[in-house]
Design a protein. Sequence first.
Lengths: 185, 154
Amino acid sequence: MKSGLIRALIVGASCTVTLVSTAAAQRIDSTRYDGQALRYESYWGSARIIRGADGPLVGTAGWFRSFDVEKLVASSAPARAEARVYKSNSFRASVVGTIGATAAVVGVALSANNSNNATTPILIIGGLGAIAWGAQHLHIAFSALSRSLWWYNRDLARPQLAPLPTPVPIPARQTEQGERHKDSQ
Amino acid sequence: MSRLTPVLFGAQLLIMGANAMAAQVSAYDENALRVESRQGNLQILRGIEGTVVARAGIFHPPKVANLVIQSDSALAEAKIFERDYEPGQWVAALGIATLGAAIGASRISDINPVIQVSLYAISFAALGYGGNRLHSAYGALSKAIWWYNRDLKR
């Protein structure tokens, strides 16, 4: 009778401990996601990386910006690999897109001034072609960034595999820029 | 044997707890959404396999609300996306068409300059307005997916 009572107590205690520890682990997991998970919003060719649903702007990447996405997602290996794809394609898109836009604007300006000659259509068509090529690479870059952040957020759910990401020092210039943007909104 | 019973039972419960955690991680791997762009077309992909679950057509948005219906916050953002995406695309397209017309008009030598200026003004205004609506739509889509993926872990 006595041993039966002890057995029941042990079983009840272990059941309670398991349930409580599982719930606590889930709560820690949710808190990690709420506080750390990243997302991005495209903004005129750049990517604004934001922590949380309405959280702080971590940085703005793209269009000759120096913000290092790879460093931000360094805690997850697949996220880092995708961040490298983002970086290379974003740079190509920035260079070719800017050259194309400049050529197209010069072409339109020449055309508007009635300085019609053979170079005007070449500048406009060539410029638009370069913009299209740049846009294509920008799409590839944004897809890679999306995958990178997806992997990073996914690995937040694995505290036993990935340590809590160390806070990335945000460059002062980016922070000021983020605050300026926040103020303007 | 009787002493072993509670130990075995406790171990079983711990395994159950570990399985619950693994199931939670698996829910993210299998169901978490992300946005990608293929050939300029917006697509929503699910899970580690990257199954395409929705894609945007010409001038119509992907049905995001149906995908994220399980999460209230995500659903609210998805509705904003669906509200802003289509008008944003139409007005931006109007802006591009008007810009084309303005460039074409500039090549006609005896055209009234007021028409030229008006066409450029309309095109830039339309591009600005459409761009802002699209920006609002993409922002809402980003939030919708963030909320949905977050709620997978609850």
